[in-house]
Design a protein around this ligand. Structure first.
Ligand code: SF4
Length: 371
């Protein structure tokens, strides 16, 4: 079976082309065709000799994830994709546009999936409720970005930011995710700055430790949603394996190793985790850490009974954290009307029951501006 071309590093291309009797610089041309230009056929690669293209075609597969469905928000700022992988697994990706603001240029952020399904079982996540399928390869993750970048290129734009916040827990598939980061940031490919790539975790401690040791200066976002173990055990079940004390100590280790500020995502749910006392507890929990808080009032969803706090309560929560010395941003979820939570589009397409409605990994908190 042919190898997925999007899964290969430049070094692997070099080995391949030299084994085929071509000069090593052909590997660099090939890498740019595959990773930057998103070539979908060998005929396009007109600067490569025809015999080399034929030999490569026997060994490499060029296919990108197939778009089964698109769902766009009314304001045109968010587009959600249901994608099909080569083995038929369905995953989701989201593209978000952030218009030019003050001195910041227009941004195009792509939120990608790292697994088909997810084993973490977070309470208010459609993906978590549907269970785990399999890990994605680096090529399948790169393929999501390249496919969406091709769409943007047709409009004279390009992907500027990538967030691993779609389906799956990225740090439970860390080797492939780190490989994806290296491929996306390669200067002959999309050349994304590592600072424009964010990994979002629900608190998978072994993965946080691996990321700390890896030395990849990407941004790390951690979804907390609760400041005590009892509540967090219910909302984010991985907390039973890695309780808050262990999670926070891994974050301290991460910060010691990298010096980087962390983003803490906290979904505010009326009457559950939105009191000033919980805000004080949260501030105490992260004391000594350099963090930025993203507060995300939950979308009202009848199935879950969750509702957002009043603006006054959000403001009070905000003030407690700010008084403790932390920058805080209050964010709204994007595309609430387009099955925006992670796993919802897939669940809708497959006719599976929807349980979620709000996310921490899908679209909510995806706004990367504060990170
Ligand atoms: S929120 Fe993220 S980590 Fe939790 S179940 Fe959903 S996809 Fe998995």
């Amino acid at each position: 079976m042919a190898t997925d071309a999007h899964n290969c590093t430049l070094e692997e291309y070099e080995q391949l082309v030299t084994a085929l009797g071509a000069e090593p610089y052909r590997a660099r041309q090939l890498f740019t065709w595959v990773h930057r230009k998103g070539a979908s056929s060998w005929e396009e690669m007109t600067d490569l000799p025809r015999p080399l293209r034929s030999a490569l075609a026997e060994r490499l597969e060029l296919s990108l994830p197939r778009v089964l469905r698109r769902a766009g928000s009314e304001d045109g700022m968010t587009m959600k994709y249901l994608l099909q992988l080569a083995d038929g697994e369905q995953i989701e990706a989201v593209r978000m546009r952030y218009p030019e603001k003050e001195r910041a240029r227009e941004r195009h952020t792509v939120c990608i999936s790292s697994q088909a399904g997810c084993a973490m079982g977070c309470l208010f996540c459609a993906t978590g409720q549907a269970g785990f399928g399999r890990n994605l390869t680096a090529g399948e993750m790169v393929g999501q970005v390249v496919a969406i970048n091709k769409e943007l290129q047709r409009a004279g734009r390009r992907v500027t930011h990538v967030v691993f916040m779609g389906m799956g827990e990225p740090l439970a598939n860390s080797e492939a995710v780190f490989q994806t980061v290296r491929l996306l940031s390669h200067s002959l490919g999309l050349h994304l700055s590592l600072r424009r790539i964010a990994i979002s975790t629900c608190g998978f401690v072994p993965g946080i430790q691996r990321l700390a040791a890896e030395g990849l200066p990407v941004r790390l976002a951690v979804s907390l949603h609760a400041a005590d173990d009892e509540l967090r055990n219910r909302l984010v079940p991985i907390n039973r394996r890695h309780p808050l004390a262990e999670l926070v100590s891994s974050l301290r280790y991460y910060q010691e190793m990298t010096g980087r500020r962390l983003t803490i995502a906290y979904t505010l749910i009326r009457g559950l985790n939105d009191s000033e006392q919980q805000a004080r507890r949260l501030a105490a929990l992260v004391q000594g850490l350099k963090v930025h808080f993203n507060l995300i009032p939950v979308n009202e969803v009848a199935e879950t009974g969750f509702a957002p706090p009043s603006p006054a309560r959000v403001q009070a929560f905000h003030q407690v954290l700010e008084a403790a010395g932390h920058p805080v941003t209050v964010r709204q979820t994007r595309g609430a009307g387009i099955a925006a939570a992670c796993g919802q589009l897939r669940a809708t397409a497959s006719g599976r029951p929807r349980r979620g409605g709000q996310v921490e990994s899908g679209v909510a908190g995806v706004s990367e501006g504060g990170r």
